[in-house]
Design a protein around this ligand. Structure first.
Ligand SMILES: [Zn+2]
Length: 236
């Protein structure tokens, strides 16, 4: 299981339901998100295949959820550095919180109460080191611009780079399971999620990738703008 090259600078490691990404820019490798607990071995093997040692990495997590930070402690045990999160999510993770209560759209609403109750009593969280550096407009590691995209998580960040025609790493600010990307069906604040999605759709990027769902390579711009116009209609 290796990183799949998507553009000259960006590759994807699929870990089942969730993906993590490797951005290889001018200043060395950046790992974006790091899967569920237990995924560390797969990620380390895929990095070794690219001749990257854990100590050489910079790491950014798009938000606090366990499927995006779950293997951080395994990577850090192998020598990887602290991960950058937004200040809100870094503070939560430092307290062992890896999910705040969420709303579940449509039929998933049936599970909302039971899952939120279970989360509230199982907040152990991985012991990970984090840096609260992911604020809107910040340029991380001289390579990736942070776009604050609250909604799915109120600390959710997306990442932008102008290379390769424009790359957008959405985390869970958007998902892509159907013809166009969409907001996630899980959110802390749906209105904020829609506002954030429109902000992403206003960018001009060739490529967009997601925590969940298929990458949009070469066709991100039109797909985002089309969905954003429909979201607008359905929420007027
Ligand atoms: Zn999430």
């Amino acid at each position: 299981m290796y990183f799949q090259q998507l553009t000259p600078h960006l590759s994807m490691l699929s870990l089942g339901m969730v993906h993590c990404y490797l951005f290889e820019g001018a200043h060395g490798p950046i790992l974006i998100d790091c899967g569920n607990p237990g995924d560390g071995t797969k990620i380390l093997a895929a990095l070794a295949h690219r001749n990257h040692r854990p100590a050489d990495l910079r790491i950014v997590a798009t938000h606090l959820h366990i499927d995006h930070i779950g293997a951080l402690s395994e990577l850090q045990a192998a020598g990887a550095p602290a991960a950058v999160l937004s200040p809100l999510d870094a503070e939560a993770v430092a307290q062992g919180i890896w999910m705040r209560p969420m709303h579940f759209a449509g039929p998933f609403g049936w599970f909302e109460d039971s899952i939120n109750r279970r989360m509230a009593t199982s907040q152990r969280g991985p012991m990970v080191q984090t840096l609260p550096a992911g604020v809107d407009g910040a340029v991380l590691f001289d390579e990736l611009t942070v776009i604050a995209t609250p909604g799915h998580s109120m600390g959710q960040i997306s990442l932008y780079s102008p290379v390769d025609g424009g790359i957008l790493v959405c985390g869970d600010a958007a998902v892509h399971f159907t013809a166009q990307p969409n907001i996630s069906f899980l959110y802390e604040d749906k209105g904020a999620a829609i506002t954030s999605f429109r902000r992403l759709a206003a960018l001009n990027v060739a490529h967009a990738v997601f925590g969940h769902g298929k990458p949009l390579i070469g066709s991100a711009d039109g797909a985002f703008k089309l969905r954003a116009s429909r979201l607008k209609k359905s929420n007027n």
